[in-house]
Design a protein around this ligand. Structure first.
Ligand code: DX5
Ligand code: ZN
Length: 223
C-alpha cells in the first residue's frame, strides 16, 4: 500500500491535493500528520481539520498522532471516522488500553516507534495493534533523509508477522522515495508513507504510481 502524506501538500488546497492522489492505481490510504508542538517541535493540524478532511475524501484516512497525551486525545480521531489511528509508544501511558479504546471507537489501532526506540520491549503490546509504524526519520518534518538502520526492526516485525506471532500491517514513514522504497520493500514493509516524494512531484498521481510499480517489480522478481 502507498499512503501519501499531506504534510508536504499545499495546506490551502487540501481537498484538491487529496483528490490529486486518488484514482484506480492511486493512494491506498491518506496519511495525515498531527503534530502538537510538544511531542515534536512542529505544529500542523488537529481534529477539526481532520473532520473536514474525512468529510471530503473517500480514501481511508491514516492519522499519525505525534502528540503528547494520546491516551486522552487519540480516540476522538477514531470516533471522527479515521480508518487507522497511530499513536507513539514513547508518548502513550497505557498503550494496551489505548488500542482497545481506538478499536472500540471503530478504527484500526496503530503504534509508532521513533528511529531509536527498540521494538522488542513492545512485542506483547503489539499483539493489541493492527499497524506498526516504523519511523525512518526523526518525527516532526517532511523531506528528511531515510535512516536505513531502522530496517532491522522492519525485518524483525516481518518475521514475527509471517510466523503468526503478530497480526499487523508493517508501515514505514520518513524519507521514502524512488531511491529508498526498494530496500524498505525488501525488508518487508506492507505500507509506505511518502510525503515529499509525492507532493513535491509535478504530478502526485504519477509519483504514487511510480512508487507502486517499483514495489510490484520487486515482488514479481521475488516469485
Ligand atoms: C514526519 C511525518 C511524515 C512525513 C514524511 O514526521 O511523520 O509522515 O510527512 O515526509 P517525507 O516522505 O517527505 O519524509
Ligand atoms: Zn507520518
Amino acid at each position: 500500500m502507498i499512503a501519501p502524506s499531506i504534510l508536504s501538500a499545499d495546506f490551502a488546497r487540501l481537498a484538491d491535493e487529496m483528490a490529486a492522489v486518488q484514482g484506480e492505481r492511486g493512494a491506498d490510504w491518506l496519511h495525515v500528520d498531527v503534530m502538537d508542538g510538544h511531542f515534536v517541535p512542529n505544529l500542523t493540524l488537529g481534529l477539526p481539520v481532520v473532520q473536514s478532511l474525512l468529510a471530503t475524501t473517500a480514501l481511508p484516512v491514516d492519522c499519525h498522532l505525534m502528540i503528547e497525551k494520546p491516551d486522552r486525545w487519540a480516540v476522538g480521531y477514531a470516533e471522527a471516522g479515521s480508518h487507522n489511528v497511530t499513536v507513539h509508544v514513547e508518548a502513550a501511558e497505557d498503550p494496551v488500553m489505548l488500542a482497545k479504546n481506538l478499536r472500540a471507537a471503530g478504527a484500526k489501532a496503530g503504534l509508532a516507534i521513533k528511529p531509536h526506540t527498540p521494538l522488542d520491549p513492545y512485542l506483547d503490546v503489539l499483539k493489541h495493534y493492527d499497524t506498526l509504524l516504523v519511523m525512518s526519520v526523526e518525527p516532526g518534518f517532511g523531506g528528511q533523509a531515510f535512516m536505513a538502520d531502522v530496517l532491522g526492526k522492519v525485518r524483525r516485525a516481518r518475521r514475527l508477522v509471517d510466523a503468526g506471532h503478530l497480526n499487523l500491517v508493517v508501515e514505514i514513514d520518513g524519507g521514502i522515495n524512488a531511491d529508498t522504497i526498494e530496500q524498505a520493500a525488501e525488508a518487508g514493509v506492507d505500507c509506505f508513507v511518502a510525503g515529499s516524494a509525492v507532493y513535491a512531484a509535478e504530478n502526485p498521481a504519477q509519483a504514487v504510481e511510480g512508487l507502486r510499480r517499483q514495489v510490484e517489480a520487486l515482488s514479481i522478481r521475488a516469485r
